[in-house]
Design a protein around this ligand. Structure first.
Ligand code: IMP
Ligand code: MG
Length: 482
């Protein structure tokens, strides 16, 4: 049998590194180096996909210049997109094919051939490994097999480091570990977030963004802003990029000399890159900016009493659009009538119906709750009924939240008696653990734990309905006498 000793040697070396006690970053850099040497190429990068699968971030590299590595937040849908569909992509000569997202940067670095292979964890693509060659090169099946195996090891190394972090957290604080498990679904990415920001205000800003579940990237891109004789003489790296807002942010303290310098760079940046949104923010500015999007302490009167954000405005909107798409498909050709239960449903129903692409009509009902001490009186009473007949129509009940299921059960029985053609249920939130009556639900936005939530239509004593996100109410607020 024909065994390739250089590959098998490199492979043992890589396994040894992966199983060492070195920090993750060192392990990955070392893997990148050994892989480059084994393939006899000029460089290698290891990249991870951002939580929303829009960007690739280089987390380890070998053989490439700093300038190349900082060339920009890599757009996952533009740069070798097939890799993120699970395919192996090899480009024999990028000067001949129009594949590189940053062709000039590639030329400067002398890159001719690229091989991209997905890194897969538990069936999900979490990133990729890329090989760069200075010569045009057709990567062989052996090259591809070798790098695929390296990708497996990278996946295991990432998972292992996560486990270690969790175990360490466990020694310190079990609560922390639990929070980490439940709140950060994209562990590999979050573990590689910078542990040391260059300024405390940056860390504070990152925490604030995390609290409001706004996706962020730290210093993902450096922009050349000044040149002399075709050589870059000055670069500018904004502190943050917020993909949801398509906005770069440079934070600043109140020191006037720094502000002037940063303002100058931002002016150069805007002049050279007119399509880039960038803002210089001091502390009060960034609170103002967050308030504009409904977030942050400036909305104090609005947000006082919110313990944490469960679903951000962006997350809600994305989910609502997805549900609307299913409804449009399932009810095509039918006579759809949406029946909303006031008042909590207002935000959800408004957004939902705007994204449903088939004809529909709307109805609203309102109810009030009664204590059922003697058992004879119903616990729910209709205070506003539907205005037209629903007989023969396809009724979809829209609810903000289903808790015990009592309300829904009562209304379903009531509507069923009006002979609709069909009767189904759509709820934004499902607090399933609290269910007392088993009711069928056809469309669910999010399942939530047993906590009292407000915002996006949901209230506490009539307040908080106007928040664009859904947050958990501080239990102390509920204990205060009203
Ligand atoms: P159910 O009859 O117990 O399913 O009650 C559902 C109704 O209770 C909803 O329509 C809401 O008005 C209210 N509700 C239940 N849980 C919450 C919550 O966490 N926040 C705000 N309202 C809630
Ligand atoms: Mg309600």
């Amino acid at each position: 049998m024909d065994i390739d000793y250089s590959y098998s040697q490199a492979f043992s070396q890589i396994l040894k590194i992966a199983n060492s006690t070195l920090p993750l970053k060192k392990i990955l850099n070392s893997i990148a180096k050994s892989t480059s040497k084994a393939l006899n190429v000029s460089g290698c990068t290891i990249m991870l996909l951002s939580p929303h699968k829009e960007h690739l971030t280089i987390i380890a590299a070998f053989g490439l210049s700093d300038l190349y590595l900082r060339k920009g937040a890599i757009n996952a849908t533009k740069s070798l997109p097939e890799v993120l569909e699970g395919k192996i992509v090899s480009v024999t000569d990028i000067t001949a094919e129009d594949q590189a997202q940053y062709p000039e940067a590639a030329k400067m670095e002398n890159i001719r051939a690229i091989l991209g292979i997905p890194v897969i964890q538990k069936g999900e693509i979490i990133g990729q490994i890329r090989i760069y060659s200075e010569d045009a090169r057709r990567f062989s099946d052996k090259d591809k097999d070798f790098v695929t195996n390296v990708a497996h090891i990278i996946s295991i190394a990432l998972e292992r480091s996560e486990l270690q972090q969790l175990l360490m957290a466990d020694h310190k604080d079990t609560v922390k570990k639990h929070r980490k498990l439940t709140e950060t679904p994209n562990l590999p990415y979050s573990s590689l977030r910078p542990s040391n920001f260059s300024h405390p205000s940056e860390e504070e800003f990152a925490k604030l963004l995390d609290f409001y579940r706004i996706e962020w990237l730290y210093e993902p891109r450096s922009f050349p802003v000044a040149w002399s004789n075709n050589k870059i003489t000055e670069m500018f790296t904004p502190d943050f990029y917020l993909p949801e807002l398509n906005l770069y942010i440079e934070l600043t303290t109140l020191k006037q000399s720094l502000i002037t310098e940063k303002n100058r760079k931002i002016r150069q940046l805007k002049f050279n890159y007119p399509d880039i949104n960038v803002k210089l923010l001091n502390k009060s500015d960034y609170f103002k900016l967050l308030a504009k999007y409904g977030y942050g302490p400036l909305g104090v009167t609005k947000v006082k009493g919110i313990n944490r954000v469960l679903f951000s405005q962006t997350q809600i909107q994305r989910r609502v659009r997805a549900i609307a798409k299913c409804i449009s498909r399932d009810y095509a050709g039918k006579q759809l009538v949406l029946v909303g239960i006031l008042k909590g449903v207002v935000s959800f129903m408004s957004d939902l119906m705007q994204h449903i692409s088939i004809p529909l009509t709307t109805e609203f009902m309102a109810i009030s709750y009664y204590g059922s001490h003697d058992g004879a009186e119903p616990a729910v009473k209709i205070t506003k009924d539907i205005d037209t007949t629903i007989s023969g129509l396809d009724v979809l009940m829209i609810e903000d939240i289903i808790d015990t299921g009592m309300t829904l059960n009562y209304i379903l029985n009531y509507l069923a008696a009006h002979n609709p053609e069909s009767l189904r249920v759509c709820t934004l939130l499902d607090k399933r653990v609290r269910r007392l009556i088993n009711v069928p639900i056809d469309y669910i936005g999010f399942e939530i734990p047993d906590e009292f939530v407000v915002g996006y239509g949901l209230d506490y004593h009539g307040e908080y309905r106007n928040l664009p996100f859904i947050g958990v109410l501080n239990p102390e607020i509920r204990e205060e006498p009203k």
